[in-house]
Design a protein around this ligand. Structure first.
Ligand code: F6R
Length: 244
């Protein structure tokens, strides 16, 4: 628990930078699972600063984002492809072919096969070394809404009403929020060798307490992280308020 989100973000970015540099020194790639939304932007800002001012290179980094709305065109305002470019990819030296975000432009018939191939690409890259996560008020990680099983894999899901309401301002009204999304599964996330879940602010306090201290169940996807051998929960004081 950190006093402020900014301190927490810097600490997470330093961990990631150390991992990237350690791997580079060994001539190996570093595979990162990335999240969008308001939570990780401070981490990305700090990684960009380390790239600009401290020589941190992303040449050996491969990334896989958790999710994307469906349908969604990459240039749209709310697209997670656009988000990642604006908040990270356009500002560092990652190879474009190494940055993966689920494709929201596919036809319905193509999605299932695409999701299998997304899983295949993660496996081909050697699996995810470190997965960054935020948490939704439904307890979702990625877009694994209540009901998502422990073994779920990358797939199309239906967004929860609460999630769509939380996204309403981004879409200028709840009615404009897509009803579906493509997301890595809980099982995909649990396969990452290390997981870092971050949450800031009092609005997240109730769901953080449920995820960390509540029953492990499909009602709160983040609760499955309790069973992960290397999961950290990084909070500011407000988000930690309801932990006992
Ligand atoms: C985003 C994602 C979501 C968000 C969660 C919290 O890629 O997978 O699980 O992390 O909805 O969103 P923010 O950070 O905007 O509160």
């Amino acid at each position: 628990v950190f006093r402020q989100a900014s301190d927490a973000s810097r600490s997470v970015a330093e961990q990631i930078a150390a991992m990237i540099r350690g791997r580079a020194a060994e001539g190996r790639t570093c595979v990162l699972g990335l999240a969008t939304g308001s939570t990780p932007t401070g981490v990305y800002d700090e990684l960009i600063r380390l790239h600009r001012e401290d020589g941190l290179s992303f040449q050996n980094v491969i990334t896989f984002n958790l999710d994307e709305y469906y349908p969604m065109q990459p240039e749209e305002l709310q697209s997670y492809v656009r988000f990642m470019k604006e908040h990270l990819f356009d500002h560092v030296d990652i190879k474009p072919e190494n940055a993966h975000v689920p494709d929201g432009t596919l036809s319905e018939e193509e999605v299932a096969d695409y999701c299998r191939r997304y899983e295949g690409k993660i496996a081909e890259a050697g699996g995810i070394d470190l997965q960054l996560l935020g948490i939704g008020r439904t307890g979702h990680i990625g877009f694994n809404e209540p009901g998502s099983g422990k073994n779920s894999r990358t797939r199309m899901i239906t967004l929860d009403r609460v999630t769509r309401r939380d996204a309403a301002s981004d879409f200028f009204g709840e009615d404009n929020v897509p009803r579906r999304a493509i997301t890595m599964g809980v099982g995909t996330i649990l396969d990452a060798r290390q997981v870092v879940l971050m949450a800031w602010g009092e609005g997240k306090a109730p769901i953080v307490a449920e995820a960390v201290e509540g029953d492990i169940s499909t009602i709160v996807a983040a609760s499955f992280l309790q069973e992960h051998p290397n999961a950290q929960v990084v909070l500011d004081q407000a988000a930690a308020e309801q932990l006992t």
